[in-house]
Design a binder for this molecule. Structure first.
Ligand code: SF4
Length: 470
């Protein structure tokens, strides 16, 4: 029996842009690792491969924005007599919907359950629904990255050390539905790191965790491991973690090249409205300068369309952010994911298009692709066209990478040379913009600390705590 794991995402190869954000679908390698030997497996990843279905059974991983597309493929395959199994975050929150397009669905984390699903498949007794449960750390096994072969991902050395998140932002689904926060045993993580370094010796590690640093004791152990291995890495951090100067120093000394920070909005009431209280009162601009001084680049993640956004506020945000030396602003129009508290609130008010993810057009989150500008909700202060205008304006005004650097990254990714030059881009020092930082501190538009309030914070950063005390 031939089973094909399928990752339907963004057709990056069609746009000659595999360098932009492509990374391997690691959860599918986890499942491949627990598939019985009696089943022959392979992978189709739409980021890097032309989609051709050649097999008996197709196991799709499904995220919300690609649901319509996956269901269309699934329906065609089933009409042709093939078996279809669908799992992933969207199936977990919309199981009944997914069941209409699959022979079997798997909700939650699948790795403990997958051998049973495969046995049922081999015995011709596939059930309609399997409900997975959070994998306990003691049962986590190292991922075998040889599954991805020679595919030209921009960041092939992608991995995760933790699962879940200890925060509950109201637009976020993964933290609520994918189980409690857990940490991978360090020996398992080390084996993955060693294999990634062997397979991709020039690539930096990319931790794709929702919140790698949530458990500070575990974070200290991971940072110590990375320091010992002398490897470079990037990851995402929450804003409160990013503004902890000692933590940022510890990350830099462990080889961190850059972080993506969940800023979302510079306005406190927007953060409160979406349950992101950890962002309140944080000295973002100062923290960016501090990270740059430590040799780390910063990508700020921003949203347009949060509840209190107005044209005036977005003008103010642009002026504020122009003074902050991030290397990149990753800006998206708000997406309202089903089963998130924000979706439930907006649906009850009639402000969100029900089942927007089932439309014919894919809703992309990548600003270089069609679909990025799709709007599926009613905003209190901004028309759909204004949301699109501001998304484009802020993207173009705040993008500091400029055409040369992006073109260079595209070229490198396309040649399959992987992350070496991207790594160089991340570590290239930024011009120090002291004047800009002063403007940012005094603009009053951002996170409300005045200069005097932050001095003590960075006093802590200048004298780092021992890692064990982080
Ligand atoms: S901090 Fe990030 S991962 Fe955690 S709940 Fe908020 S958006 Fe989700």
């Amino acid at each position: 029996m031939k089973l094909v794991f399928v990752n339907i995402m963004q057709e990056l190869h069609r746009f000659d842009s595999t360098a932009i954000i492509s990374q391997p679908p690691v959860p599918l390698a986890v499942l491949n690792g627990v598939t019985p030997k009696a089943i022959e497996t392979s992978l189709v990843d739409e980021q890097t491969d032309s989609v051709r279905f050649n097999g008996d059974v197709f196991a799709f991983t499904l995220t919300t924005q690609y649901a319509g597309k996956v269901y269309r493929y699934a329906d065609e395959l089933r009409a042709a007599g093939k078996k279809v199994i669908i799992g992933g975050i969207h199936v977990t929150v919309c199981p009944e919907e997914a069941m209409r397009h699959a022979d079997a669905i798997v909700t939650g984390e699948a790795e403990l359950l997958w051998p049973t699903v495969c046995e049922d498949l081999l015995a011709g007794k596939l059930k309609e629904r399997y409900d997975g449960s959070p994998t306990p750390p003691a049962q986590m096994r190292p991922v075998d990255y040889r599954f991805f072969g020679e595919r030209p991902y921009l960041t092939p050395a992608s991995l995760f050390a933790t699962r879940g998140c200890n925060y509950r932002c109201s637009f976020c689904v993964s933290s609520r539905y994918m189980g409690p926060f857990r940490t991978k045993p360090l020996d398992v993580l080390e084996r993955e790191i060693d294999q990634l370094h062997e397979l991709y010796p020039t690539a930096f590690l990319q931790f794709t965790d929702d919140n790698l640093l949530a458990d500070r004791n575990y974070a200290a152990e991971v940072l110590a491991l990375l320091r010992r291995k002398k490897l470079r890495f990037v990851t995402m951090v929450t804003l409160d973690e990013f503004c902890d100067g000692a933590l940022i120093q510890a990350m830099a000394s462990s080889g961190c090249l850059g972080v993506a920070v969940g800023l979302e909005s510079i306005d406190g009431d927007n953060c409160v409205a979406v349950g992101k209280r950890q962002n309140l009162g944080q000295p973002f601009a100062e923290a960016v300068h501090h990270a740059n001084e430590q040799g780390m680049q910063v990508c700020a993640l921003l949203m347009v369309g949060l509840p209190h956004d107005t044209p005036e506020r977005l003008v103010r945000a642009q002026h504020y952010l122009e003074q902050v030396p991030c290397c990149l602003y990753d800006l998206r129009i708000l997406r309202i994911y089903p089963s998130s508290p924000l979706y439930d609130q907006m649906l009850s008010r009639g402000d969100v298009t029900e089942a927007w993810w089932l439309g014919k057009e894919t809703v992309s989150t990548n600003h270089i692709l069609p679909g990025y500008l799709r709007v599926h909700f009613k905003h209190g202060h901004l028309s759909p066209m204004q949301l699109q205008y501001w998304a484009l304006k802020l993207t173009s005004e705040l993008d500091r990478m400029k055409c040369g650097a992006v073109g260079h990254a595209l070229h490198v990714g396309r040649r399959g040379a992987r992350a070496e030059v991207c790594g160089d881009t991340l570590v290239r020092p930024l011009p120090h913009r002291q004047a800009g930082a002063d403007v940012a501190r005094s603009s009053g538009a951002g996170y409300g600390r005045e200069r005097g309030d932050t001095a003590g914070k960075w006093g802590k950063a200048i004298t780092p705590q021992p890692l064990s005390q982080l």
